[in-house]
Design a protein around this ligand. Structure first.
Ligand code: SME
Length: 166
């Protein structure tokens, strides 16, 4: 059809560099995507996809609080457990504490819920609205000690920003 302009699918501009540089290049792109769209599921889904694409994490996903349980929400990666009780696993503990948890070696975390034996380390960041946890962002890596304060700082910034918009 001559003269028709097709809007191409969104593409991430790939950032190459240190972990910090990747976050610095990626977060504004995620925020620009989210700000254009009002649908929560679409925004959480694209956030997972962008993080997975940029860093190659094994699993990236959200669990949202529903009827006093965390329930699996948009994610990227292998299938995962669908419901987590408060205080259980890394996700349930982050929910109970309202704090970010970094686990260097999941085998050493008492009560860790193993959705895949390939997952070796993990970071969980709570989504807070007025001090109440409404969900968590969970990221798993196949390498030990994959996450540190750089991840925690940038992902917290992202989750605070997202929480204000969902
Ligand atoms: N390992 C998590 C469960 C979720 S999966 O990693 C996707 C936990 O212990 O809460």
């Amino acid at each position: 059809m001559l003269g028709t302009i097709f809007r191409m699918a969104e593409d991430l501009i790939k950032v190459v560099g240190t972990k910090e540089e990747i976050y610095q290049g990626l977060l504004p792109q995620i925020k620009a995507l989210v700000i254009e769209e009002a649908d929560v599921i679409a925004n959480l889904a694209n956030t997972c996809a962008a993080l997975k694409e940029a860093f190659g994490f094994f699993w990236v996903g959200f669990y949202m609080v529903k009827n006093d349980e965390l329930v699996l929400a948009p994610f990227q990666g292998p299938i995962a457990c669908t419901r987590i009780q408060k205080g259980k696993g890394v996700c349930g503990k982050s929910w109970a504490l309202g704090e970010t948890i970094i686990v260097d070696d999941v085998e050493k975390f008492e009560g860790h819920i193993a959705c895949s034996s390939l997952s070796k380390s993990e970071i969980v960041i709570p989504l807070l609205q007025k001090g109440i946890v409404i969900g968590v962002l969970d990221i798993d890596s196949t390498t030990i000690s994959a996450f540190d304060s750089i991840d925690s700082n940038y992902l917290n910034d992202l989750c605070i920003w997202l929480s204000e918009r969902i």
